[in-house]
Design a protein around this ligand. Structure first.
Ligand code: ATP
Ligand code: MG
Length: 157
């Protein structure tokens, strides 16, 4: 199975009608969507999702933001997707993120940064399991995959 990542289109992006444009950024890269649902994230799930930041001053506001309105949760799949998605998403704060990235193009806020992408394949597996049951993730072939993906061959050193 190819690597997977959890993508959350956060409440600010859903409220600002940006979900379609954000999904288009991932689609045009050739990444494969394998699960999706609209959901208002329950408080305990948001607390668990950001548990690594529990001692930070921004923890409570981040939980409040993430639970304040619906989010669009998705699982995307491709070899190397965790790194590719983080590059497309851009650095954490909108005012700092490179133009051309989702956060760099659509926002300038610290907290309201539109989208989440898992930060490692290991955290992706845990995050996916906390939002999706296995039967909600669809295994299927993309018809254009032969033109999108090629075996990776390392150069000689
Ligand atoms: P995410 O985990 O949401 O994809 P990230 O991995 O880029 O974002 P993290 O360091 O994991 O960034 O921070 C989690 C979230 O907490 C950020 O998306 C942002 O909304 C909020 N956050 C992080 N640092 C700060 C801060 N210094 N001030 C305010 N909010 C912050
Ligand atoms: Mg993070």
């Amino acid at each position: 199975m190819a690597e997977r990542t959890l993508i959350i289109i956060k409440p600010d992006a859903v409220q600002r009608h940006l979900a379609g444009r954000i999904i288009a950024r991932l689609e045009r890269k050739g990444l494969k969507l394998v699960a999706a649902k609209l959901m208002q994230i329950p408080e305990e799930v948001a607390r668990r999702h950001y548990a690594a930041h529990r001692d930070q001053p921004f923890f409570e506001p981040a939980v409040k933001f993430m639970t304040s309105a619906p989010s669009l949760l998705m699982v995307w799949e491709a070899d190397g997707i965790v790194d590719m998605a983080r590059k497309i998403i851009g650095s954490t704060f909108g005012y700092d993120a490179q133009p051309g990235t989702i956060r760099g193009d659509f926002g300038c806020s610290q907290r309201y940064n539109l989208i989440h992408g898992s930060d490692s394949p290991e955290s992706a597996e845990k995050e996916i399991a906390s939002f999706f049951s296995p039967d909600e993730i669809i295994d299927y072939d993309l018809v254009d995959s032969a033109w999108l993906y090629s075996p990776r061959i390392s150069s000689k050193k």
